[in-house]
Design a protein. Structure first.
Length: 752
């Protein structure tokens, strides 16, 4: 086990040590592993860290990217010491102070052939900085394509992968290290990791979101072929190759597949994938030492319960960050042999089984009622225990209830009538990942690797990151349109249209994604916690009545119903209970409208949370609320595992859509929850006992902290702090924030 979200690794010059770059939410810096003892012998915190690690020409100095600090950290290296790295200096690229976002964000690093130049990929400024290592100052900057990521240098040529484009930029260095741009090489979408073969004639480039590795002829400066690394079954997104290493003899290429939890092994004599070796969660780096394969796993062994751990009288600064969902994920390093033959075949079968690739696909249509319409509702950030933990028929813990039946009567009634799922787990840790997971069954490595700093509020928001944060296979609505189905979107991936008046009654909504724009409802408000969910329900019901009159309802509707996010204790805003009651009533009204319509028999409604980051749960920080509502639903409790992409797989099977990634292609659709005949009785929305108009009036510490929280967009907030504000607001300052006392979901799975 190592620290929080390691994303890069570099062997020491003598091979004895492996240096990791920790770029997590909880901690950032470097960790050093002694390969002989398999122990972490040193950890050095940095105010920021990202991808880059590089050695000086003489091996006595280590350079480490500082990410949001706009620094490159400089370490003196003494291999004979028990603690070999000593921080001695830093190289300033910009003006960040480590508390505010930098504008450069150094990523990959490489030392030039002259030994006096350091090349730094400046990820946010689309540039390469040339640092004179004699003066430790930037001597030149050259433009690069979008989001430069990895840097590799050889024989006076510097190559840089453009994470947000489809190219590797090429620069020639003169004797002073100064760069001149040459013709870029087209390698395919979303290039990331780079590695040379022994003589430098071939450059291998991982295309993380298309599951390919480009093979570049460095003399001809062109891509000559691709190594194909997709999961089986015809999908072309989901392996996420994002790190590369060659065997000692150069005959085999090892590829870290972040989303397959494996290392792919390629035989370069035939350019064929010959097997896979299992890893832990989200491998991000791979290194070969003799006949041993060292793999760094960004999320390690996974998460567990997150009920809190400190009493209210402890300062917030002393809160254990290990209890927040992003802070729970400790990375790891796994070590295996360079296996071949029958053993590699056996390990490959293990990877296939773990990913569900060995489960035969069936023709599912007859296993569903004759649904013609799917309404897909995405809400914000709640755990199962927070909302449904008081239902005795499910595995809940009443100690963690924030929003009991009096506050969320419709959530409770819908679960009791249409089915309670107490083993639903979101794929995401936070909303940066949650909305892509909920709509595309995939998250790029750009999103995974930049999310920690996004949530530390140290990386500027990327409103339009282009290819870097977009799934190559598109979104759920793209799959529906491809099949000729009608789509309507309400608020999901929407924003206020600045071309309309700033009067809240007239403000309209537009899409932030081009392919969704033709399907966006202009009258349904996007995320804005000053707008009640009742207004969203009103806007949706108005359009729904038009569908009733015409008899034409879209096959797929996607709604963002966000106010269960709440506004904390901010003075003048609704209390958390009032926010949740508003959200609950809006949901109930939407279900009632469908149940009283001509479309009730042919419609199914799925309700999910995009993530579960803002609350405690005694099973796992990812356990959340799922509702499936239709005239055909079977009552009762379902204890089966189901996650976000299983819900997407169910929607796709119902509508006859193509899978988007290997997660939904090999998901576990909800085929068993339906009855043979419908119950067409309407659902009657319940009015919460909790007043929707109740406002925060407190002026204490929680109100002051809430006033500093940015509520204009989802999750621009320290969520451990936010959870405590909610707890105290609802339970009172005297109520102890709950302690961890149950087993992790992994233990539940192992026991099955």
């Amino acid at each position: 086990a190592v620290g929080n979200m390691p994303i890069a690794a570099l062997a020491s010059p003598d091979g004895r040590y492996l240096v990791l770059s920790l770029a997590g939410w909880r901690e950032q810096g470097i960790a050093i592993i002694d390969r002989q003892s398999h122990a972490v012998v040193q950890e050095v915190p940095q105010r920021g860290a990202f991808l880059g690690l590089a050695w000086s020409a003489d091996g006595r100095t280590l350079y480490s990217s500082g990410g949001a600090t706009d620094l490159v950290y400089v370490y003196a290296w003494t291999a004979s010491s028990a603690r070999p790295a000593t921080l001695v200096d830093s190289i300033a690229l910009g003006h960040a102070d480590g508390k505010t976002p930098g504008s450069r964000y150094p990523a990959g690093l490489a030392v030039g052939a002259n030994g006096r130049s350091l090349y730094v990929a400046e990820n946010l400024s689309d540039s390469i900085a040339v640092v004179d290592l004699t003066t430790r100052r930037v001597s030149q900057r050259v433009a690069a394509d979008a989001y430069p990521y990895a840097v590799i240098a050889r024989d006076g040529i510097v190559y840089v992968s453009a994470w947000g484009a489809s190219t590797v930029n090429v620069f020639r260095a003169d004797s002073t290290g100064r760069l001149t741009a040459e013709r870029s090489i087209a390698v395919g979408r979303h290039p990331s990791a780079l590695v040379f073969n022994a003589d430098g004639s071939r450059l291998y480039v991982a295309s993380a979101s298309t599951d390919r590795i480009a093979v570049v002829d460095t003399r001809a400066r062109r891509t000559i072929r691709y190594l194909l690394d997709p999961p089986p079954g015809g999908v072309h997104e989901g392996s996420t190759p994002n790190a590369l290493a060659l065997s000692a003899d150069g005959a085999r290429l090892f590829v870290a597949e972040a989303d397959a939890n494996a290392v792919a092994v390629f035989d370069l004599s035939t350019d064929s994938l010959v097997g896979r070796i299992p890893t832990q969660w989200y491998p991000t780096a791979v290194d070969v030492r003799g006949d041993s394969l060292w793999v760094v796993n960004g999320k390690g062994a996974g998460s567990g319960p997150n009920p809190g751990g400190l009493q209210p009288n402890v300062r917030l600064a002393d809160v254990d960050p290990h209890l927040y969902t992003l802070g729970q994920l400790n990375g790891s390093v796994t070590v295996s042999a360079d296996v071949r033959g029958a053993l590699l075949d056996a390990l490959s079968r293990r990877v296939a089984h773990a990913n569900g690739w060995d489960v035969p696909r069936t023709l599912p249509r007859l296993q569903y009622p004759a649904f013609e319409h799917v309404v897909y509702i995405i809400k914000e950030n709640r755990t199962y225990d927070q909302v449904l933990g008081d239902l005795p028929q499910g595995d809940g813990d009443t100690a963690f209830i924030y929003f009991p039946r009096a506050v969320s009567p419709n959530h409770h009634a819908l679960a009791e009538r249409f089915g309670l799922f107490d083993r639903f787990f979101v794929n995401a840790e936070v909303s940066n990942q949650g909305h892509p997971w909920s709509t595309s069954a995939y998250v790029t490595d750009f999103v995974e690797k930049t999310t920690p700093d996004d949530y530390r509020l140290l990386r500027p928001e990327h409103d339009d990151a282009g290819d870097a944060d977009m799934p190559a296979a598109g979104f759920l609505w793209d799959a529906a349109v491809k099949k000729g189905l009608s789509v309507r979107d309400y608020g999901e991936y929407g924003e206020p249209d600045p071309r309309t008046p700033h009067d809240s009654g007239a403000l309209q909504t537009r899409s932030v994604i081009a392919s969704l724009a033709p399907h966006m409802s202009p009258t349904y408000p996007s995320f804005n916690l000053t707008i009640p969910d009742q207004r969203r329900a009103d806007a949706w019901i108005t359009e729904f009545r038009d569908f009733e009159r015409t008899g034409r309802m879209p096959a797929l509707e996607i709604l963002h119903l966000p106010n269960d996010h709440t506004g904390g204790a901010r003075r003048g805003l609704p209390t958390p209970k009032a926010y949740m009651a508003d959200n609950d009533l809006a949901l109930g009204r939407i279900v009632e409208a469908v149940s009283r319509s001509r479309f009730w028999k042919s419609t199914v409604i799925f309700v999910v949370e995009d993530d579960a980051q803002d609350g405690p749960d005694h099973v796992d920080s990812h356990r959340s609320v799922l509702l499936a509502v239709s005239a055909w639903n079977r009552r009762g409790v379902s204890h089966r595992f189901v996650n976000t992409t299983d819900v997407l797989a169910t929607i796709e099977e119902i509508l006859g859509l193509d899978a988007l990634s290997h997660f939904d292609r090999f998901g576990r659709p909800l085929r068993e929850i339906w009855t043979s005949g419908p119950d067409l009785s309407p659902y009657v929305a319940l009015t919460p006992a909790q007043p929707l108009s109740e406002l925060n009036v407190a002026s204490g510490a929680d109100a002051q902290r809430s006033s500093r929280i940015d509520l204009s967009r989802a999750d621009r907030v320290n969520d451990e702090e936010f959870s405590r504000i909610l707890w105290h607001s609802i339970k009172g300052r005297a109520a102890a924030f709950p302690l961890k006392h149950r087993a992790a979901v992994q233990e539940y799975v192992r026991a099955r």
